[in-house]
Design a binder for this molecule. Structure first.
Ligand SMILES: [Fe+2]
Ligand SMILES: [Fe+2]
Length: 165
């Protein structure tokens, strides 16, 4: 059967790439945190990279179930060069804000195309982004309070290590 064409399918295909990029970005930051010897934060970021992969495959499964002929693009090189944990988590927060805007944009397309199945699928992502932003914002807030205090940073690192999402 011929592949169905729609703007929302194209947008979801691009979002799979963005979710793969998210996984790549979190994994890079995990490596960076590891190099800084923040093993708890590294474990948290590593676990979150895996979660981003599940976002990519969730969209992938949706397109396959809808009979879309999936062809992937290259994944961009992840940003790096953060100096400390606060810079890492500020970058992560900025990224999640961007992802929320992307999801909202796809939802607008789905609404314009009256694609109710896509709207239902995207609803899960809208809710997920609220949680993602909140979680990362809390970590940024904690790190800002900690400042340069080694005791506070060690406490946050160990807490992140025990959460791992
Ligand atoms: Fe995601
Ligand atoms: Fe995310």
């Amino acid at each position: 059967m011929a592949t169905k064409k729609s703007g929302v399918y194209d947008a979801i295909l691009k979002q799979i790439n963005a979710e793969m990029y998210s996984a790549y970005l979190y994994l890079q930051f995990s490596a960076d945190a590891n190099a800084m010897k923040w093993n708890g934060a590294a474990a948290w970021l590593r676990a979150h990279a895996a979660e981003e992969m599940t976002h990519a495959t969730r969209f992938y499964d949706y397109l396959i179930r809808k009979g879309v002929d999936v062809k992937f693009d290259a994944i961009e090189k992840p940003a790096t060069g953060a100096k400390d944990l606060l810079e890492i988590f500020k970058a992560v927060y900025g990224h999640e804000i961007k992802v929320t805007a992307m999801i909202n944009k796809i939802m607008e397309t789905a609404v314009a195309e009256k694609d109710y199945a896509a709207i239902a699928e995207l609803q899960w992502f809208v809710t997920e982004q609220v949680e993602e932003e909140e979680t990362v914002r809390d970590i940024v807030d904690m790190l800002e309070k900690a400042g340069k205090s080694p005791e506070a940073l060690l406490f946050i690192d160990s807490r992140l290590g025990s959460q791992k999402e």
